[in-house]
Design a protein around this ligand. Structure first.
Ligand code: HAM
Length: 455
C-alpha cells in the first residue's frame, strides 16, 4: 500500500466539513476588515526565501523542501506566506499610493521539513494576513485584535497574547551587541549552530531548540531594555490601541520570533488549554518594515500574522468548540425502472440548480435499501418516482420527520420544498455570550448563547 508522506494529513469526512466551516468564518471576518484574498504559488525561486525569510533562520537552513526544476532552476516549496505575498506586491507594482495599504489574506498549505509530532507537520496549513504600506501603530494593533477576534468568534477561550518589540534597526543593533557580549564568554556552552549564529545573527540563538533550557539563555539581555526612545514610544502607542480595542495581552520579552525579517512589534498567540501539548503557539506575526525593499521594491513598511490552521483545529477540539455540522441532505430521489431513472436524472439536476441539496441512487439499490440510505444521509424528504404519478405530472414527497406523504405537482415542487425545508445551518457550539450586559436585554448575539436574558 502506498501511504502518505510523513508529517502530512488527509483531511476528509466530518473533519473536512469542520475545516470548510472554519475557513468560511475566516473569510467572513476578513471581508469585514476589508482584506483581499490572495493566492501565490506553492513554489517560488529559492532565492526569495533566502533573501526574504533569512539565511540564518532554521526554516531556511534546515527545513525547506528544495528542488531543481527541469530547467535547472533552484526552487523551494513555500515554508510560509509572507515572502510570496511581498514578492507579488512588488512584481505586480501594487505599491502606488492609491493602493496603500494593500491588505491581503490567505489560507494555504506550507512546507517545512520538521520533525513531525502532535501539532507539528511537514505540510501545515496557515491562514494569514498582511497589511503592506503603513507604519501606523494602529495597524499593529488591528492585526493583533483581528487575530484574537477570529479565535474568539470561533468560540476559543484559552488563548494568551504575548507581545514584544524588537525596535528599529538602531535598537536591534544595540541589542545585537548586548547579545554578543552576553554569549561570547560562554561560547563553549552553546551548540555548534549557535556558535555560528553568534557571528552571523545572535538573535537566532534565542530560538534555538537545543540550547533553549540552558541557564545562559535565561539570563540573556531583553530586547525591551535596548529600545531607543522612538521605538519605545511606538510600542507604547501599539499597547494603547490594544487597550482601546480591549485586547488582553502580556508583554513577554522572550518573544523574538524565528524569522529574520521582523522589527518593532512581534507577537505570538498561545493556546492556554490543558493538555494541549508542546506545540502550543497557534499563531504569530509582527512588523517587517524592510522586506519590501530587501526584495527589490520601494521602501514600504508592513505587518502581518499567520496562524496554524491545524493547531487551531486541535485547540477547538480540546475546548469542545468544533462546529456542529448540519450533515443532512434536503431530498433523496428514488426510482425503480429506467424511465423513472431518466426522470430522476432530470429532476435532480433541476432541483440542485434551484439550490437544494439532492441525492439519488447510483448503485441500483432496492427501494428498501434506498430508504435506508436516505435515512443514513439524514435526508429531510424522500421522493419515490413512480411512472403513474409522473403521468399526472406529480411526485410523492415523504417528509422523513413526520413520516407523512403528499402528492405534489412537479410544477409546484420547488415552492413546496422551499416552504417545508427548514435550514438547520451549521452553528458554532453553544458559547458564553460576551456582550457584558447583565441587565435585562434582548441579546444581539446571533450564536446559540448562554446569555441568561436571551429568549
Ligand atoms: P511562523 O511563526 O513561522 O510565522 O508560523 C505561524 C504559525 O504557523 C505558527 O504559530 C504555528 O501555529 C504554525 N506552524 C508553523 N510551523 C508549523 C508546523 N510545522 N506544523 C503545524 N503548524 C505550524 C510565519 O510563518 C510568518 N509568515 C507569520 C507572519 C505573517 N509574519 C508576518 N506576517
Amino acid at each position: 500500500m502506498i501511504t502518505k508522506p510523513k508529517g502530512t494529513k488527509d483531511i476528509y469526512g466530518m473533519e473536512a466539513k469542520c475545516w470548510q466551516y472554519v475557513s468560511r468564518v475566516i473569510d467572513e471576518v476578513m471581508e469585514k476588515y476589508n482584506y483581499n484574498f490572495i493566492r501565490v504559488p506553492v513554489f517560488e525561486s529559492s532565492e526569495l526565501f533566502h533573501r526574504g525569510v533569512g539565511e540564518t533562520t532554521d526554516i531556511v537552513t534546515k527545513e525547506t523542501y528544495d528542488f531543481t526544476d527541469r530547467g535547472g532552476r533552484s526552487m523551494t516549496l513555500r515554508p510560509e506566506g509572507t515572502a510570496g505575498v511581498v514578492r507579488s506586491f512588488i512584481e505586480n507594482k501594487v505599491y502606488g499610493d492609491d493602493n496603500k495599504p494593500a491588505k491581503y489574506y490567505y489560507n494555504m498549505p506550507m512546507y517545512r521539513y520538521e520533525r513531525p509530532q502532535a501539532g507539528r507537520l511537514r505540510e501545515l496549513t496557515q491562514f494569514g494576513m498582511e497589511i503592506i504600506g503603513t507604519d501606523d501603530p494602529l495597524s499593529d494593533a488591528e492585526i493583533i485584535s483581528l487575530a484574537v477576534n477570529i479565535y474568539s468568534l470561533l468560540g476559543l477561550k484559552g488563548i494568551k497574547v504575548n507581545i514584544n518589540s524588537l525596535g528599529d534597526s538602531k535598537s536591534r543593533n544595540n541589542y545585537r551587541e548586548a547579545l554578543i557580549k552576553h554569549f561570547e564568554p560562554h561560547k563553549d556552552e552553546l551548540c555548534s549552530d549557535c556558535i555560528e549564529r553568534l557571528e552571523k545573527n545572535p538573535l537566532r540563538i534565542l530560538d534555538c531548540k537545543v540550547d533553549k533550557d540552558k541557564e545562559i539563555m535565561k539570563t540573556a539581555p531583553k530586547t525591551i531594555d535596548y529600545l531607543n526612545e522612538e521605538s519605545k514610544e511606538r510600542f507604547e502607542k501599539v499597547k494603547e490601541y490594544l487597550e482601546i480595542m480591549q485586547v488582553k495581552y502580556v508583554v513577554d520579552p522572550s518573544v523574538v520570533r524565528g524569522l529574520d525579517y521582523y522589527n518593532h512589534t512581534v507577537f505570538e498567540i498561545e493556546a492556554d488549554i490543558e493538555g494541549f501539548g508542546a506545540q502550543n503557539v497557534i499563531g504569530g506575526g509582527g512588523r517587517y518594515n524592510n522586506m519590501v525593499e530587501q526584495l527589490g521594491g520601494p521602501s514600504t513598511p508592513a505587518i502581518g500574522f499567520a496562524a496554524g490552521f491545524d493547531r487551531l483545529m486541535i485547540a477547538l477540539e480540546k475546548e469542545n468548540k468544533l462546529p456542529k455540522i448540519d450533515n443532512s441532505v434536503d431530498l433523496f430521489l428514488l426510482y425503480v425502472n429506467e424511465d423513472e431513472k431518466k426522470y430522476a436524472a432530470y429532476l435532480t439536476n433541476e432541483l440542485r440548480m434551484s439550490g437544494f441539496i439532492v441525492e439519488t441512487d447510483y448503485l441500483a439499490r432496492s427501494l428498501k435499501a434506498g430508504f435506508k440510505q436516505a435515512d443514513r444521509l439524514n435526508s429531510k424528504f424522500t421522493i419515490v418516482l413512480n411512472s403513474d404519478d409522473l403521468k399526472n405530472n406529480e411526485v410523492k414527497v415523504k417528509n422523513n420527520k413526520t413520516r407523512e406523504e403528499e402528492l405534489v405537482s412537479v410544477d409546484a415542487l420547488i415552492y413546496y420544498l422551499d416552504e417545508n425545508i427548514v435550514d438547520e445551518e451549521s452553528s458554532l457550539d453553544e458559547h458564553e455570550c460576551n456582550c457584558n450586559n447583565s441587565s435585562d436585554h434582548e441579546c444581539s448575539c446571533d450564536k446559540t448563547c448562554k446569555c441568561k436574558d436571551k429568549e
